[in-house]
Design a protein. Structure first.
Length: 254
């Protein structure tokens, strides 16, 4: 029987309200709103059949339309970006086997290659529900920083746990061999059918403590394939991060 390869669609959740940086998607970087930088980078990925911004704010929708992007309007009462992603997936009318890549709207410098890396396992294995990216930590301060989520995984590349604490814990500090730490990058690929299942699950207890949604999938017995990437990606959480991104763009241009 012939099978049809799934389509791969990027959805970029973007909300105006933010405790740390209100209006972040519209913050200007070299004269363009940040959301435009993210969309234009996604356009450079040949694998993607669609790039859609999911927003609940008319100002963001107007900005996206202004540079020729595609958007869908979602409800305002979503608790998480994943809930917004799931609604958008239903609104654009794709098949359950299609693959959705969640691109964070606050990563305007993401390397386009990582989209193919995170979607690749779901294209190769139709039984996989979900995949995400990890990166070998090279800056020691990130190991103990709770804002950088660490992960451990099995010999098949499937996640065992994610934590804001350093994992694994080295019991004997005198041991010569040091563990390798991996941090989680916030890029996900979901099978559309699984995404709808996922947002219908109740909050997991480990998720509640760690404030990490991906733990819900593990707690309810679903597989998350982790893909080791050589690419890191700078996030914008504060105006200071915005200035750092502008400096990185200037350095790239030079």
């Amino acid at each position: 029987m012939n099978t049809v390869d799934p389509k791969v669609i990027a959805i970029i959740p973007a909300r105006y309200q933010s405790n740390r940086f209100e209006g972040k998607p519209l913050a200007l970087i070299q004269g363009k709103p940040m959301i435009q930088h993210v969309v234009e980078r996604a356009w450079r990925v040949p694998l993607l059949s669609q790039v859609v911004v999911a927003t609940d704010d008319e100002r963001i929708a107007e900005a996206v339309a202004g540079f020729g992007g595609t958007f869908v309007m979602t409800r305002r009462d979503h608790a998480t970006g994943t809930d917004r992603l799931a609604e958008a997936a239903q609104l654009i009318g794709i098949e359950d086997q299609d693959v959705i890549v969640n691109i964070q709207g606050d990563q305007p410098l993401f390397p386009p290659a990582i989209v193919e890396q995170v979607a690749g396992p779901l294209i190769a294995d139709p039984s996989l529900p979900m995949a995400t990216l990890i990166y070998k930590i090279v800056r020691p301060e990130e190991i103990t920083d709770p804002n950088h989520v660490k992960t451990v995984f099995d010999c098949h590349g499937n996640a065992l746990y994610f934590s804001r604490s350093p994992i694994p814990f080295q019991r004997d500090p005198g041991e010569a061999r040091r563990p390798t730490y991996y941090k989680h990058l916030g890029f996900y690929a979901y099978r559309k059918g699984f995404l709808l299942t996922f947002v219908g699950l109740p909050e997991g207890q480990w998720e509640r403590f760690e404030k990490l949604e991906q733990l819900r999938a593990l707690e309810f017995g679903y597989t998350i394939r982790v893909v080791l990437t050589d690419h890191d990606s700078a996030e914008v959480d504060t105006p200071a991060d915005l200035r750092r991104v502008e400096q990185l763009l200037l350095a790239q241009a030079a």
